[in-house]
Ligand binder design. Sequence first.
Ligand code: GLN
Length: 476
Amino acid sequence: MYTIASARQALDSREISSQELTREYLSRAKEKNPTFNAFITIAEDEAMAAALAADEKIKKGEAGTLTGIPFGVKDAICTADIRSTASAKILDTYTPPFDATVIRKIRAQGGVIIGKQNCDAFGHGASNENSMYGAVKNPWDTERVPGGSSGGSAASVAADMCVYSIAEDTGGSIRQPAAFNNLVGLRPSYGRNSRYGIMPMASSLDTVGPITKTVEDCAIVMEAIAGRDPLDATTVPDVVPAYTEGLRESIKGLRIGIPREYIQDLPNNLQKIIDDAADAFRQMGCEVMDVSLPHTNYAIPVYYIIVPSEDSSNLSRMDGVRYGVRAHEKDLQNVYMQSRAHGFPAEVKRRIMVGTFALSHGYYDAYYKKAQQVRTRIMRDFEEAFNRVDVLLAPTTPTPAFKIGEKANDPLAMYKADIFVGPAAVAGVPAVSVPGGFVDNLPFGVQFIGPRMSEDMILRAAYHFEQATGHGKRVP
Ligand code: GLN
């Protein structure tokens, strides 16, 4: 079981070569994948070739932090020369001719892609059951979901089929699966990491970030992938802080707010996890206080109008003509209809229809525009809270991992699973989920939410919490 930090040490001291390490991970990934279904594609040849090149780099003393380390990539992220389906049959045969910027940066260092990970199709879901390549099983309990949409990315790290993953979070897809698998998952501030090559879901919310075993690993990946990108005009020019160096700095005096709207309905066993976390911080010399984010309840309705609206526009290019597997039909209308009918799962179709409706003439003001106005209120909630406290501490999810099938036929119940991950996404602020404890032997995550561009601070709070509690050490 390697972390990025321990793999780096082993590689640099020549205890192991990247080719040996990669072979070890490939064989574990192949052995475990029939059980968990975490990978759609295992890229064996590409991985071994990358490992060979990485060993050369290490020999020449040119290794970066991620050189030679096997990782996995969510299948909704483009990888040059490796099939990228977004878990939808419409892209069953799609092999991108280019890398997403974040992937290009890791590959340039000599990172080794083991394979492409199962997810809810185009990132739509919270359980990974909306994949057209089958559900993913949670390594902590194979009758339960691994979370979504980045379920394969989390399950494969939890089962040690790769050292870390790169995933996408539009409204919780990194944090919620991380929470369900006892891992660390960071949704960066909107604009911190390039979205270039991330298959777009909702362009005003999409972000890309790491799922890792430790907070330190998360900081290492962020240092490698963050920063401005001329290919994504929404990236910010702010310099990328030395996240790893900042982790060990003192958090004495840090003001931590617990939003009351996030805990008011928590059952006692989950409330205890939040109380214990608050105590841990008090013991570290932090000040813990109650805060309010009054518009929390509107985040899910707002999210589920804005996201389908932007979805319906973004996904229109998947029509069997511009992109996607083309149905064999005689006339254009039927090419479009049949390609989309067979290429998308029900949830994607639902969002395209809801979004098309919300954006249509006469309804735009009532839905999309209204949702954007309420979105501003949600942003202000956070701004006001951050006038009083430095960081917010909250549960990542309302429950631990639920059973496969439990919410599959109830879209609203599935949407409500996003209740605590949606608000930060809507506001564009960063949040990191870390292992918070266990209930009935299932992991439960807590998240730290901070103001825009405060990744260094929320990672520091997460690191001290991780070190003080040790919950992340437990593996399935
Ligand atoms: N559960 C959210 C949704 O279905 C997660 C999306 C995401 O972050 N990609 O929209």
